[in-house]
Design a protein around this ligand. Structure first.
Ligand SMILES: Nc1ncnc2c1ncn2[C@@H]1O[C@H](COP(=O)(O)OP(=O)(O)OP(=O)(O)O)[C@@H](O)[C@H]1O
Ligand SMILES: [Mg+2]
Length: 206
């Protein structure tokens, strides 16, 4: 099993959008995917309902022992994508999942305010590292990057200097992502989300 969780201290950074689109991209590539909606707000579940169900399993796991339950929702080859709530309000759920997943991804927009806010997540990750059996692969995903602007480039350097690994693929700011919620995504080979899916598979050696 490969497990990937999207987390941030703050709401509205693109966790749900990226989780759902990534699950679709992995499914489109032929992988066995399960999506765990660990957010009490239930946005991923609501999105699934809005389209008459996703073509992969979706689990409501907004419980304090969500992390423990992840191993029960798929087989050896399943890729579990976890949409987490904002850690500042739902610390217990977030800690439980971050203790156990293989990949921890922090979506961050290339703005000064979002880059500065990552210091809070670093404290949480340090705390998690002490209770994990083995280290997670931890990286920032630049999301809402304006094409052709300097901000993405500058954010990548600033975050790297702060000591983060920044995933090579990045997600552009696009109308199609802003309007993605509640609709069936159309993901083509070579789309940014498909490139992101390939990156996770490569990082897992798959
Ligand atoms: N790459 C993008 N381009 C344009 N809009 C985006 C992009 N990613 C996310 N958004 C928009 O940003 C908003 C927040 O995204 P999303 O709901 O995925 O964040 P979240 O971190 O799950 O928020 P919450 O903590 O409230 O659950 C949404 O309106 C979404 O459509
Ligand atoms: Mg969300």
């Amino acid at each position: 099993m490969l497990s990937i969780a999207f987390t941030n201290l703050k709401p509205g950074t693109g966790k749900t959008t990226t989780s759902v689109l990534l699950a679709y991209a992995l499914h489109t590539r032929g992988h066995d995917v399960a999506l765990a909606d660990c957010d009490p707000a239930g946005s991923a579940l609501a999105w699934s309902d809005a389209v008459g169900g996703f073509p992969f399993s979706v689990y409501g796991l907004a419980v304090k022992d969500a992390g423990k339950r992840l191993s029960g929702i798929g087989g050896d080859k399943t890729i579990v994508v976890c949409d987490l709530p904002q850690a500042e309000d739902h610390g217990a759920i977030v800690r439980s999942v971050l203790r156990r997943v293989d990949e921890i991804t922090i979506p961050v927009a290339p703005t000064t305010i979002e880059i500065e806010r990552t210091s809070g997540i670093t404290d949480l990750l340090d705390e998690i590292a002490e209770v994990r059996e083995s280290p997670a692969r931890i990286a920032i995903l630049l999301n809402r990057v304006v094409a052709g602007a300097r901000s993405g480039f500058d954010a990548r350097s600033a975050l790297t200097e702060l000591g983060y690994e920044v995933l090579r693929p990045q997600i552009p700011r696009r109308e199609v992502y802003a309007l993605a919620f509640g609709a069936v995504p159309d993901i083509r080979p070579g789309d940014p989300i498909d490139i992101l899916a390939a990156e996770y598979l490569a990082r897992a050696g798959r």
